[in-house]
Design a protein around this ligand. Structure first.
Ligand code: FAD
Length: 352
């Protein structure tokens, strides 16, 4: 079945200067790395399946082309962006020549996964967080499979912010220089798809640009977001959760969404005792414990020390980048698959 027959949204582009054999080697290794099914693999076509839709790469004489298909316009866009990044690593020249067949109709428009949110209220909540209540244009695509989004914050000094748009080739043009947007990831803490109400909690930390923005935002303030994206609620019955403050809103989503049969434990790292009062829903099968960040064991060390005790549990881990890397490396060295767990870097400590 062709991409057009299978998917409601599809597009294609030539990949000038890139041979089919080079593309096939890259696609096969990417599919292996990310565990993506290869559904066609011949000397004319290689097709892979992703959660968002399919990529089909075709031999075109000495070069190649790609077709992308998806059931949703925003997913098609995400697939195109992701392919653009991969091709840019492989051959920047080819990446600059990609011309999507659907580009003309959208040239000059905002990217499909970009929208504006309008602040209704910002208030302090227990735990050292600012709760930001906003109204989004549409939340139709925010599902439990994707609970995160990126803010798009202009530099506060800028009188006239610039926003991204789609070029005539279909590429996203992001503002640069002084107009560059700051794009940290946040978690949807609450949403109401009918009214567009989107609530998120910002952990206040010194020097944080999102913190500064939230402190100064007033009803009517308008910023951009992109999304949704990222890992959602895992389907599991046994789970051990480790998180520092940046992951508390996601932990709250998990506790609210895990089924009644779920059992496990949450260990929350805190930089100040105040963080322990962050509001979390109760779950009868899941205990919540606290761990001071000043201990001589960082969160990754704790998770590693406890792995034997929770061997049949999925590990859900959200913390600083080095801790996430340490745990991921340990899991691989132990012969386990990081894919069976969620191990994510939620922020990066600057090199000292
Ligand atoms: C999937 C995902 C979901 C997330 N959800 C949330 C959420 O719901 N709420 C939330 O508060 N955060 C969340 N985060 C973390 C958030 O994106 C980062 O903390 C981000 O750096 C915040 O941007 P900023 O503008 O505040 O800081 P920046 O301006 O980007 O950074 C300024 C300085 O602050 C430091 N910094 C960043 N985070 C912290 C921190 N937690 N403690 C101390 N120093 C820090 C940086 O290293 C840098 O030196 C999430 C991250 C991911 C990947």
């Amino acid at each position: 079945m062709s991409m057009q027959d299978r998917f409601s949204f599809d597009t294609q582009s030539r990949l000038p200067g890139l041979s089919f054999d080079t593309v096939r080697t890259t696609v096969l290794s990417t599919a292996k790395e990310h565990d993506l099914p290869v559904v066609i693999n011949t000397d004319r076509e290689i097709q892979i399946e992703t959660d968002y839709g399919n990529y089909s790469f075709l031999r075109q004489g000495t070069e190649s082309s790609v077709q992308v298909g998806s059931t949703r316009a925003d997913w098609l866009y995400v697939l195109k962006e992701s392919l653009g990044d991969t091709i840019a690593h492989l051959s920047p020249d080819t990446a600059s020549k990609i011309m999507w067949s659907d580009a003309q109709e959208s040239a000059g428009c905002l990217p499909p996964n970009f929208q504006f949110i309008t602040v209704q209220e910002v208030r302090q909540i227990p735990g050292g967080f600012l709760r930001v209540v906003t109204e989004a244009e549409t939340l139709a695509h925010f599902t439990t499979d994707a609970i995160h989004f990126r803010l798009a914050l202009p530099t506060p000094e800028l009188a006239y912010p610039e926003w991204p748009y789609l070029s005539e080739t279909g590429a996203t043009v992001w503002p640069t220089g002084a107009a560059t947007l700051h794009r940290p990831v946040y978690t949807v803490r609450e949403l109401d798809a009918k009214t567009g109400r989107l609530v998120f909690d910002v952990f206040e930390h010194d020097g944080g640009r999102a913190t500064e923005w939230a402190r100064s935002a007033t009803p009517g303030s308008r910023v951009g977001i992109t999304g949704p994206g990222g890992g959602g609620i895992p389907q599991t019955e046994a789970i051990t959760i480790y998180s520092d403050e940046t992951g508390y809103p996601a932990v709250a989503r998990l506790l609210a969404a895990l089924g009644p049969e779920a059992r496990g434990r949450v260990l929350l790292e805190h930089t100040t005792p105040d963080s322990k009062s962050y509001p979390l829903p109760d779950h009868a099968g899941i205990d919540v414990l606290h761990h001071p960040a000043v201990s001589n064991l960082d969160l990754a060390d704790v998770a590693i020390a406890e792995m034997g005790a929770f061997a049949d549990h999925m590990i859900w881990f959200a913390s600083e980048k080095k801790a996430a890397q340490k745990l991921r490396a340990h899991i691989k060295a132990a012969g386990l698959s990081p894919k069976d767990h969620y191990i994510a870097a939620y922020w990066t400590r600057p090199a000292s």
